[in-house]
Design a protein around this ligand. Structure first.
Ligand code: GDP
Length: 473
């Protein structure tokens, strides 16, 4: 590999190493210092790539205020199973076709864009639910600007509704409530609104500041109002981007297509992605061979908040990977290789990222940490509430415990996903993790701490919090 990069013969490189007293074979890994010596021997110049270099290459452009334009909001639909997320996404998409938007039927590429009645463009992620939302966030891509929380008017707030609220709150993303199935005779929107109060969602109809809209995915009632509400929320958020810079985009979906090779759907977050651009995406890289929009049309460029399929990758990236346009193929390959190696090293080190000890270590290194995020699962509602109340009393003005989510029952995949994305431990009181959650937690390095005595749980957290306190001074 080294010989290849220097355009020298491998045998010569081995010979040169042997001259230095290193008895190596062609496939042996050598350390960076040795490599640098060899490179010098051959009269080449070594360029070391580090995390900092990668960041610098990518983040060196600062957007000036005058370059910024308003960009469309990116929306994810969340809510309990069967409350109508898929139906709502379909209805919104179809409403566009009916109003004669160019291009007709949208293709499923993982995201699509529609125009609200007031002309505002809105991008929807086509994968409903918080699993995708959270797994993307845990990879570092915060793509969603607004969460539409679907609650069926005949069923009100259910466990996954509560989970969705926790996920949106942990990510700091504003919520709009869509009270769905309003066409049903058994619909009781008031119950939805009062149920939500218990989860600190106070909707406008209850004099709060969370927008709520009654909709029916079946009849289409309220869909325009929902789009309107989204555009109002977007205005408040003042979402901007600079279209005149090298693109940064987030991977929404990626697959290996039989005919087209690796294909990734990305959502442009900043800049403009163009045909011919060279990019690095996670541990992969490529050169944009073609861009295909949500109507199946080939386009030459995609600006901020626009979803497009990208062809021309050297492999399949993961959802949540970030794509950055760079200036040369050599650079793209360099960064991709570096990342691949770095992530291998990280996996080898098998470090759990979210243990209490590590949170404390991080607090010592980074004095700005003032919150101890945790997730609480207990066997019965009474214990869960008692624990949460006691935890909230721990800490002072400087450090506090932040309950990202609490609930009753076994630890699920969703809990692990939230813990991973928010770098929080899970505190389990008289409950266990189910099999997939257990496997996932050890793979992701999420810490689950089991307790059967409330006092022990509180004591541990007190110690962790006071660790943070000490780090402050
Ligand atoms: P998801 O699991 O949240 O994606 O929910 P679906 O979109 O699959 O909808 C679940 C069920 O509710 C389906 O049988 C839908 O036909 C039905 N449904 C969805 N929206 C409405 C609605 O507005 N009114 C009525 N009456 N039924 C709906």
């Amino acid at each position: 590999e080294l010989a290849n990069r220097m355009a020298e013969r491998a045998a010569d490189v081995v010979k040169s190493l042997m001259k230095m007293g290193m008895m190596v074979t062609m496939n042996q890994t050598i350390d960076a210092d040795t490599a640098e010596l060899v490179i010098g021997e051959f009269g080449h110049k070594a360029v070391r790539v580090s995390d900092a270099d990668v960041e610098q290459v990518i983040d060196s452009v600062e957007d000036k205020a005058e370059d910024l334009i308003t960009r469309p909001p990116v929306v994810t639909i969340m809510g309990h199973v069967d409350h109508g997320k898929t139906s709502l996404l379909d209805r919104i998409r179809k409403a566009q076709v009916a109003t004669g938007e160019a291009g007709g039927i949208t293709q499923h590429i993982g995201a699509y864009q529609v125009k609200a009645p007031n002309g505002q463009l809105i991008s929807f992620l086509d994968t409903p639910g918080h699993a995708a939302f959270t797994s993307m966030r845990s990879r570092g891509a915060q793509v969603t600007d607004i969460v539409v929380l679907v609650v069926a008017a005949d069923d009100a707030v259910m466990p996954q509704t509560v989970e969705a609220i926790s996920h949106a709150k942990a990510a700091g993303v504003p919520i709009i409530v869509a009270i769905n199935k309003i066409d049903k005779p058994s619909a009781n929107p008031t119950k939805v609104r009062t149920d939500l109060l218990q989860h600190e969602i106070v909707v406008e109809a209850m004099s709060g500041d969370v927008q709520d809209v009654e909709v029916s995915a079946h009849t289409g009632q309220g869909i325009d109002e929902l789009l309107e509400a989204i555009s109002i929320q977007a205005e408040v958020l003042e979402l901007t981007a600079n279209p005149n810079r090298a693109a940064r985009a987030a991977v929404i979906e990626a697959k290996l297509d039989v005919g087209r090779g690796p294909v990734a759907t990305v959502l442009v977050q900043n800049g403009t992605l163009r045909k011919g651009d060279i990019f690095v995406v996670g541990e992969k890289w490529g050169k944009v061979r073609a861009l295909v929009n949500d109507k199946g049309e080939t386009v030459t460029e995609a600006g901020p908040s626009v979803p497009v399929e990208v062809l021309g990758l050297d492999g399949t990236p993961s959802a949540g990977d970030v794509l950055d346009v760079v200036s040369s193929e050599a650079q793209a390959r360099e960064i991709a290789t570096y990342r691949e190696k770095a992530s291998k090293d990280k996996r080898a080190a098998a470090g759990a990222a979210t243990t209490l000890e590590q949170l404390m270590a991080k607090a010592k290194a980074d004095k700005s940490v003032t919150e101890l995020p945790v997730i609480v699962k207990a066997d019965v509602q009474g214990s869960a509430e008692a624990i949460v109340q006691a935890l909230e009393k721990i800490g002072n003005d400087e450090v506090r415990v932040r309950i990202l989510h609490y609930g009753v029952g076994a630890i699920t995949d969703s809990d692990v996903g939230l813990a991973d994305a928010s770098k929080a431990p899970i505190l389990a009181f008289n409950v266990r993790a189910n099999a997939t959650a257990r496997a996932n937690s050890s793979q992701k390095g999420v810490e689950i701490r089991y307790y059967s005595i409330i006092y022990d749980l509180l004591d541990d957290i007190k110690k962790a919090a006071s660790g943070l306190l000490k780090a402050e001074v």
